[in-house]
Write a protein that binds this ligand. Structure first.
Ligand code: GLC
Length: 486
């Protein structure tokens, strides 16, 4: 085993304290797997007022201190709570920036997350605990990486890209007030077209960069998927590694899940049908276990394939008898579109525009298929959760979906899901028709369910890969320090 390390996770969202998307799930579960391997893992995040004090009681750690901002010095108090009972989470408390109900989407997000990043780098000294590695996630924490580099802290840094669609790109008019002018001026020598972009800082200054599947790590070196970051990523590609996410096996286990209608495992798989009937009832659809049921738990936007789903919808409704349940929130145009379809076909389509964790679990357990027609997908967690619940994915061949869902062979003896290649409505319809046609093949179907339920998607293997990344980051950092001293 690797020497026990001290690792500080920095992120804008951590499940279950504050969750917007998959980032929160990863930061809420990977630390637990690393702690199991013997490491001292702690987490820091902003103290948003939406964090429920009753379920997550906090205590104050150390003294209040101040962080300079462009406007005035701002006070920081560190409040500590715990994940899983014993994993410390340090909440960065400041009224000006975080006493609001929203995680993101505020007009001053740039300022808020620069402030958080500055507080995060001050944290180790304030609590008397110096990490070997600071593991930062997505653009909100990129300035923590930059600070570690600038201030020559003893900690190595790892920067994880969860989704290049969200880069923290801002207008250059904010440069002066961001305090990052010099850093951008010097980076522009190498990349003349670079503008104020937080993700770029994380990519350029971290000891190691990771992303959330091996496939996506390759894809983002190309203009198609690189979203303008491909040249920076290619420049640092020796330090870039893809590691597929895991899912939290304690939260997502059909045998023990308290949020579903009937618990089951591969030896009592027939009980899955109880969940299907409960889901149909909850969604207001006709209750019939012989009708194929497709579930989606998703953000409603282009990344997740709603533009091609829109094109495919007519044919799905006419040419198959499948029911569709969609849960999630996203862009208003897709809320309206899906609600309109549900209004026209109330026996076929149910749309619930909400974040609803219990219903999400019931969809994972009760649906026959889990649909993810993503345009791009860095990793994707839904397809892995679905498989653990014996729900067969229908996915587009991209990123982490491609890595975790090999296509089913015609006899259904190999593979895990129904996969389509080209990003268009026709290809999606064909995959859904193929999936629905396989539904009556009871025996072969059962074998697929058993196979996907038994596939390993826990964090164990990936946590070991992160250990190796941390070792590499520490060595890279040592060499840099040495090179600077020479
Ligand atoms: C982002 C990506 C998703 C990934 C998640 C966690 O939400 O879009 O693919 O699974 O981050 O890494």
């Amino acid at each position: 085993m690797v020497q026990p390390l001290k690792i500080l996770f920095c992120a804008a969202e951590v499940s279950p304290l504050a969750k917007v998307g998959g980032l929160a799930d990863v930061v809420g579960s990977l630390p637990k797997a690393l702690a199991k391997l013997g490491h001292d893992v702690r987490i820091t995040m902003p103290h948003y007022s939406l964090i429920d004090e009753k379920t997550h009681p906090t205590t104050t750690v150390g003294r209040t201190f101040t962080i300079a901002t462009k406007k005035q010095p701002e006070q920081v108090t560190i409040q500590s709570t715990a994940l899983n009972g014993n994993l410390p989470v340090y909440l960065i408390n400041n009224k000006t920036y975080f006493a609001r109900p929203a995680v993101y989407g505020e007009a001053d997000d740039l300022e808020r997350f620069i402030f958080f990043s500055n507080a995060a780098i001050a944290l180790p000294q304030k609590i008397g605990w110096q990490p070997d590695v600071i593991h930062c996630h997505d653009w909100h924490t990129a300035v923590t990486v930059l600070n570690a580099h600038r201030l020559k802290t003893p900690s190595a840094t790892v920067f994880t890209v969860h989704n290049l669609a969200y880069q923290g790109a801002f207008d250059d008019s904010f440069l002066a007030s961001s305090g990052l002018q010099e850093d951008f001026e010097s980076s522009k020598k190498l990349f003349p077209s670079l503008s104020l972009n937080m993700m770029a800082l994380g990519i350029l200054h971290s000891d190691m960069i990771t992303t959330v599947s091996q496939n996506y790590a390759q894809e983002i070196l190309t203009p198609e998927y690189g979203a303008g970051m491909e040249s920076l990523l290619s420049f640092r590609k020796d330090q870039l590694q893809g590691i597929v996410n895991g899912i939290d096996y304690s939260e997502f286990d059909p045998a023990t899940d308290p949020l579903i209608a009937a618990n089951y495992d591969s030896s009592r798989i027939w009980r899955k049908a109880v969940n299907k009937l409960a889901l149909q009832k909850r969604a207001g659809l006709p209750q019939d276990e012989h009708i194929p049921l497709i579930g989606m738990v998703t953000r409603l936007d282009e990344q997740k394939g709603f533009d091609i789903l829109e094109k495919a919808m007519d044919s799905i409704l006419k040419d198959t008898n499948a029911q569709l349940v969609v849960l999630g929130k996203g862009r208003e145009i897709y809320h309206q579109l899906m609600q309109k379809v549900a209004g026209q076909y109330p026996d076929r389509v149910a749309v619930i525009i909400a974040f609803d964790n219990p219903l999400a679990h019931l969809i994972y357990a009760g649906a026959d298929y889990f649909l993810m027609p993503s345009r791009f997908e860095p990793c994707g967690l839904g397809q892995m959760i679905a498989m653990r619940y014996g729900t067969i994915p229908i996915v587009r061949r991209t990123g982490g979906l491609d890595e975790t869902v090999p296509d089913l062979s015609p006899d259904l003896k190999l593979g895990r899901g129904f996969v389509f290649e080209s990003y268009d409505g026709d290809a999606l319809v064909l995959a859904i028709k193929r999936a629905v046609a396989a539904f009556p093949r009871k025996e072969a179907w059962q074998q697929v369910l058993l196979r996907i339920m038994q596939t390993e998607f826990s964090w164990e293997a990936s946590a070991k890969k992160y250990e190796a990344v941390y070792e590499r980051a520490i060595n890279h950092h040592k060499n840099e320090v040495k090179a600077r001293a020479d």
